[in-house]
Design a protein around this ligand. Structure first.
Ligand code: SF4
Ligand code: SF4
Length: 458
């Protein structure tokens, strides 16, 4: 008898049991038809628990690369290695970079550049058109299922959610205690309304408060970054693509959690009710870097984009991390030197900003450069040059990042090694796979000469 034939009777027996035929045979079908009883018959979950203390089932140990990482606090004085020195005010989405551009606060050319950013490169347009539906109410919203499904305990459930994120192709995932100040005070329902209407008519207050935040990262792609200058024709597509991918992961996780009977909302680049960076730090996926409000991951640097899910699903949050980035940034300054807009501070130490300490970046200068850049579309030069972006998977780079995470002397050494090998600043043309049409990078004059003539709003 073949092994297929041997298996056959077992499959039939399973189907028989699933279909309820066995129950009818045993005279208990009436019991199963009673709603409450049926629910209780389903009130167990099949799950083989992983050993306690693992990161997840698929990844028992969290892959932080070769950096020396220790866990730190999230309390009233600290968010990871970021010092909190006062009250952190919740900011309005309309006052963020995109909001200021759409409201014409950063100048007319910047407005025209922003309005045409996805149109000046065919690959950008293609990604933007695919990304649109991920922001629609059909996938963003929904009430939790009326009945909560049985689930494992918070630690096992956290492992399960991390594995789900890896299954959906996240490059990293972690869970944090949600910082209340990360929520926007006001959310813009349709960002492009800001170009046409007064702010008050475009925003709604953010009232959600959830205890946990699930954070997911996608790598923006090493080889593409190596082939790029950091501000050429692929820059915006790299960023947009990683936003699109994380958005997709976040809406699926949120929808899944709602199906389990718990509240969950995805927040991603195309529909967001919060500032993502404090969430990443709370979950231990990065430390605040010299580039202002951007955090860097010990393995991926800040060559990533993120999306998050806020939820009341019972979870066991991870802790923030310290891999020595603050000390490293004090010494390094490579992003400041290489920034084509000179938007990044050369200061030795972070300064107070909205109740916490960060390096004093001129965000408006950066925004304007990115949307008016005509050598390419947007900019990610600071991301390209940062020594924490793993440039290659070699023992040499791994040893370097381990040394760099130790202290300021180690930081100087890694920075010198990085410079000596031309890491970050080099462009490897063998990796330049994309097509560019430089004449398309120009910001059209014909669209409008002023924001007022396009939108009718001063
Ligand atoms: S994105 Fe470009 S312009 Fe902005 S800070 Fe980084 S390097 Fe400077
Ligand atoms: S380039 Fe250097 S200073 Fe800038 S964020 Fe990276 S490590 Fe910090």
């Amino acid at each position: 008898m073949s092994s297929e034939q041997k298996k056959q009777p077992q499959i039939n027996r399973r189907n028989f049991l699933k279909a309820g035929a066995a129950a009818t045979f045993l005279g208990v079908a009436g019991v199963l038809k009673t709603p409450g009883k049926f629910a209780s018959a389903a009130s167990s979950v099949q799950y083989a628990a992983a050993p306690k203390g693992q990161w997840s089932k698929i990844h028992p140990v969290h892959d932080m690369g070769s950096a020396a990482v220790r866990y730190v606090e999230h309390n009233d004085q600290w968010l990871g290695t970021t010092k909190i020195v006062g009250k952190i005010k919740n900011i309005s989405e309309a006052d963020g970079g995109g909001g200021l551009l759409l409201r014409g606060k950063l100048g007319d050319k910047a407005f025209r550049g922003f309005m045409t950013q996805t149109l000046r490169s065919p690959i950008n347009t293609a990604i933007a058109q695919a990304a649109g539906p991920i922001a629609s109410p059909a996938v963003m919203e929904g009430k939790p299922a009326p009945q909560k499904m049985p689930i494992p305990d918070p630690e096992q459930m956290s492992m399960h959610i991390k594995d789900l994120a890896y299954f959906l192709r996240a490059d990293d995932v972690a869970i944090g205690k949600m910082p209340e100040y990360a929520y926007f005070s006001y959310h813009t329902l349709n960002a492009f309304d800001l170009a046409k209407k007064p702010v008050e008519e475009c925003v709604v207050p953010v009232t959600e408060r959830m205890p946990y935040v699930i954070t997911v990262l996608r790598d923006q792609h090493l080889e593409t970054m190596l082939g790029s200058t950091g501000y050429d024709g692929i820059s915006d597509a790299q960023s947009f693509n990683a936003y699109h991918l994380t958005a997709n992961i976040s809406v699926i996780i949120a929808n899944y959690i709602r199906k389990l009977g718990y509240n969950a909302r995805a927040s991603h680049a195309f529909n967001n009710i919060l500032a993502v960076t404090p969430c990443l730090i709370a979950a231990g996926l990065g430390e605040l870097s010299r580039t202002g409000n951007t955090s860097a991951h010990p393995r991926l640097g800040f060559r990533t984009k993120a999306a998050v899910v806020t939820t009341d699903l019972p979870l066991a949050p991870d802790k923030p991390i310290d891999f020595g980035l603050q000390d490293f940034c004090r010494v390094c300054k490579k992003c400041a030197t290489e920034c084509p807009a000179q938007a990044i501070s050369y200061d030795a130490d972070p300064v107070e900003y909205n109740g916490y300490l960060r390096w004093n970046v001129n965000s408006n200068t950066c925004q304007i450069f990115r949307v008016t850049n005509e050598e390419g579309i947007s900019c990610g030069r600071c991301m390209k040059v940062c020594p924490w972006n793993s440039k290659e998977d070699s023992w040499f780079h791994q040893a370097g990042t381990w040394i760099g995470s130790q202290n300021s002397a180690g930081a100087s050494l890694l920075k010198s090694i990085d410079d000596m090998f031309g890491y970050g600043t080099e462009q490897i043309l063998d990796y330049k796979w994309w097509l560019e049409w430089p004449e398309n990078h120009k910001i059209p004059e014909t669209l409008t000469t002023t924001r007022t003539s396009l939108t009718g709003v001063k």
